[in-house]
Design a protein around this ligand. Structure first.
Ligand SMILES: [Zn+2]
Ligand SMILES: [Zn+2]
Length: 374
């Protein structure tokens, strides 16, 4: 049975433990913090597992700005609902859930027009988690999963079969969904087509899995790290290109009969690889941007005529254009059927205390995903 959180006072607030980033660029500290009981529409979730995603490192380093500190790190998690607030009907205590950082509001201009995957007012819990000295915590992407417990909006909780492993399920909450969704929904990869994927880390290899599921027949992984190219082959890349061996655009054209690919994905977040992805398309090809570039990055040498040869498009994928209520169960089922190799994505299982080491391993390129097991 689940261990109950410790009650701290008559209001039912609990003391949890988590990785907190107090200052930009400084290591996170493992601290106790306080969570108020769930308000209307909210859920208290005991975390079982959390993937270490690059966005947590960026938040910790202040890449998205210095506002919001202190952060409760983590946003790729699976856990068990422990308490729900008033009016919650979609989940109940005891449910195993994957946490989503998009929970469509149903009322914004996009939701009302039938595009909930673009919801501009995604639901979050009220900010009612705080440090022991009373500072309000900002959970990364409105979730916060490097911790024993977190407070979310109940609509951020997507139930999964508890027979499935929480480490693998947690990854569906961000990186895997982002990559698979970019292939299926943003690009709409069609059977028999060719694709190139720039950046073969956790997200890039999820793009490769998505392209394979969609029936692409030429899948080219592009990375400067030979270990990542080896992983790309294991996930289904038919070819690999290392830009250190020469111009990757030329190499991709050579593989595709001189034409280029139907779909090029950028999963690094750099201007130079974005330009390479655009230039490696066949006529009328699609380039999908997934990697989040820093605020300073600009595309200065993009020949606009490249889009007038025979059409084509440049699309931005945000969370794989997914709808968590539809897509998390789909990806969990594909995992169960052996069609989505999430076991291979979980390269390392670590403790909460090892969260910093998880970031270092990611920076050194040693892992597709470290997963914190609570
Ligand atoms: Zn909305
Ligand atoms: Zn993420």
């Amino acid at each position: 049975m689940a261990e109950s959180p410790e009650t701290t006072n008559g209001n039912g607030a609990i003391v949890a433990r988590g990785a907190i980033a107090r200052e930009p660029g400084q290591p996170a500290t493992i601290e106790e913090f306080v969570i108020d009981p769930p308000g209307p529409g909210e859920a208290l979730v005991r975390i079982l597992a959390s993937g270490v995603c690059h966005t947590d490192l960026s938040a910790k380093n202040g890449v998205f700005g210095t506002e919001g500190f202190p952060f409760l790190l983590g946003h790729e998690g699976a856990g068990v609902v422990e308490q729900v607030g008033e009016g919650v009907t979609n989940v109940a205590p005891g449910d195993h859930v994957i946490l989503a950082w998009r929970a469509p509001c149903g009322a914004c201009r996009f939701c009302l027009a039938g595009q909930p995957h673009l919801c501009a007012a995604s639901l979050n819990a009220e900010k009612r988690m705080r440090t022991m000295d009373g500072e309000t915590l900002t959970p990364v992407l409105g979730i916060g999963t490097f911790c024993t417990h977190t407070l979310v909006h109940s609509k951020q909780c997507i139930p999964y079969d508890p027979a499935l492993p929480p480490e693998q399920m947690s990854l569906i909450g961000c990186g895997v969904m982002t990559g698979v969704g970019a292939a299926l929904y943003t690009a709409g990869v069609r059977p028999g087509t060719s694709v190139a994927v720039f950046g073969c880390g956790g997200v890039g290899n999820s793009v490769i899995m998505g392209c394979r599921l969609a029936g692409a027949t030429t899948i080219i992984g592009v990375d400067i790290d030979p270990r990542k190219l080896e992983w790309a082959r294991e996930f289904g890349a038919t070819h690999t290109v290392n830009p250190q061996d020469g111009d990757p655009v030329e190499a991709i054209k050579a593989i595709t009969g001189g034409h280029g690919v139907n779909y090029a994905f950028e999963a690094v977040g750099r201007a130079d690889t974005t330009l390479q992805a655009i230039l490696s398309r066949d006529l009328a090809g699609t380039c999908v941007m997934i990697g989040v570039a820093g605020p300073q990055a600009t595309l200065e040498e993009l020949p606009l005529g490249k889009f007038f040869d025979l059409g084509g498009s440049l699309r931005v994928s945000w969370y794989g254009d997914c709808l968590p209520t539809r897509d998390f169960p789909l990806l969990a089922d594909w995992y169960r059927q052996g069609r989505l190799d999430l076991d291979r994505v979980v390269t390392r299982i670590i403790s909460l205390e090892e969260a910093e080491e998880g970031f270092h391993a990611m920076e050194r390129g040693e892992t597709l995903r470290s997963v914190i097991r609570l």
